[in-house]
Design a protein around this ligand. Structure first.
Ligand code: ASP
Length: 410
């Protein structure tokens, strides 16, 4: 399908989904299965895509020194943009004070969060390796798969001809999976329509959604405004300065991925589309997109980290807890780590928020206040997460070419 046609169809799908879910409410649950089918068909590709992408990505980067430099550029980009995102969130939440006039009423810890009290830095580090890769695949635990595939790909490059053949095999697997993504995208406009309409329907339609929004509206607006500042000003500026690309053009070409992120609330499920848009529409080199995007979908979450900082400060403001410079520095660091630790699945950010709350001694019950609207804010932050990853792919692509390849040649 021509990318422009797909773009318009997907935007139409989103708008129609909002319209139908808003007006017809729960009736739209009837189309939920169509959305689930779209989501499942993307998820079906994630495990083979991650494994083959990382193997082809790392072997495409060349010898171990080049891999190290490219890895370093990627890491610096991830950490810097996440740090900037959290700082924007903190400035906005201090400025707008969304929690100052809200009374905390929720008193129970949400189910998916309770029992996570012990989450901390060591848990995040431990999640990098898995004792059982098959189990990780079945559970869609992406981080250990990435670590394994990176090591596996790196080792293959040291094995001479047989190693090359094995890499060739994974290269073909990757190309085949991307062809399947292409086919699934024909179904995407209907898929995003059904996902949005049924989700808004499940939330009770437009009127109920507005009522929920009104309760903690200022908080939601603070999150959205901060996400917009990062997504519309900071990331495009980085893209332009680092690569000279036209941010509007780059954004437009990514629309299928961004609309998929908004409708699925999952960076991981969106990954196949993100890679397709980066490579085909935006001509990011294959080795950069295959290396940066799977990593980014799992560890680079600008939107999630920003959201967690705003949410934790909102809870503190509701409780009347004074948060000084030192406490906010702790929020900055832990929210950045929590963004890294969050899986690319819906509402993962709520779970890793436990770490940030604990670091500054706030009660977990505060999360209960955020639940009613989280399904919506999750979609907004996931869209920024995917936008951040995609800008990262272009930045790493350009810098890798400038610094690593030219540096080697000199
Ligand atoms: N849903 C987000 C993502 O997949 C993670 C989160 O913030 O909950 O990127």
């Amino acid at each position: 399908m021509k990318s422009n046609v797909l773009l318009y169809l997907m935007i139409t799908g989103i708008l129609l989904g909002i319209f139908c879910g808003w007006i017809f409410g729960e009736t739209m649950l009837a189309v939920g299965w169509l959305g689930d089918m779209f989501l499942d068909s993307l998820k079906m590709l994630v495990v083979p895509l991650i494994i083959s992408s990382m193997i082809v990505g790392i072997s495409g980067l060349g010898d171990i020194r080049k891999v190290g430099k490219t890895g370093l550029i990627t890491l610096v980009y991830f950490m810097a943009t996440t740090g900037i995102a959290v700082s924007i969130g903190l400035v906005m939440v201090n400025f707008l004070q969304p929690g100052a006039s809200v009374e905390m009423t929720a008193d129970k810890i949400p189910e998916n969060v309770s029992g996570k009290e012990a989450i901390g830095l060591t848990d995040i580090l431990q999640s990098f390796v898995s004792p059982n890769l098959i189990h990780s695949m079945a559970q869609m635990e992406i981080l250990p798969l990435i670590v394994f595939s990176l090591v596996f790909g790196a080792v293959l490059t040291t094995l001479g001809e047989p190693g090359k053949q094995a890499i060739g095999f994974f290269d073909t697997v990757n190309t085949a999976i991307m062809k399947i993504v292409h086919l699934i995208m024909y179904f995407a406009p209907i898929g995003v329509f059904a996902l949005i309409a049924s989700k808004l329907g499940a939330a009770g339609g437009g009127d109920l959604f507005l009522a929920e929004l009104a309760k903690i509206g200022k908080y939601a607006w603070t999150v959205i405004l901060a996400l917009l500042i990062h997504g519309v000003l900071i990331l495009p500026a980085i893209l332009y300065l680092a690569t000279g690309r036209n941010p509007l053009h780059y954004f437009k070409n990514l629309t299928p991925a961004l609309t998929t992120a908004f409708s699925t609330a999952s960076s991981s499920a969106t990954l196949p589309v993100t890679i397709e848009c980066a490579e085909e529409n935006n001509q990011v080199s294959r080795k950069a997109s295959l290396f940066v995007l799977p990593l980014g979908a799992t560890v680079n979450m600008n939107g999630t980290a920003l959201y967690e900082a705003v949410a934790v400060m909102f809870i503190a403001q509701m409780l009347g807890v004074e948060m000084g410079f030192a406490e906010q520095m702790i929020v900055l660091i832990t929210a950045t780590l929590a963004g890294i630790g969050a899986a690319g699945i819906p509402e993962a950010g709520l779970v890793t928020m436990v770490m940030v709350l604990q670091a500054v001694g706030l009660p977990l019950e505060g999360i209960g206040m955020l639940l009613s609207i989280d399904w919506f804010l999750d979609r907004c932050r996931t869209t920024l997460n995917v936008w951040g990853d995609s800008v990262g792919a272009a930045v790493v692509d350009t810098l890798e070419e400038k610094w690593v390849e030219k540096g080697e040649g000199a």
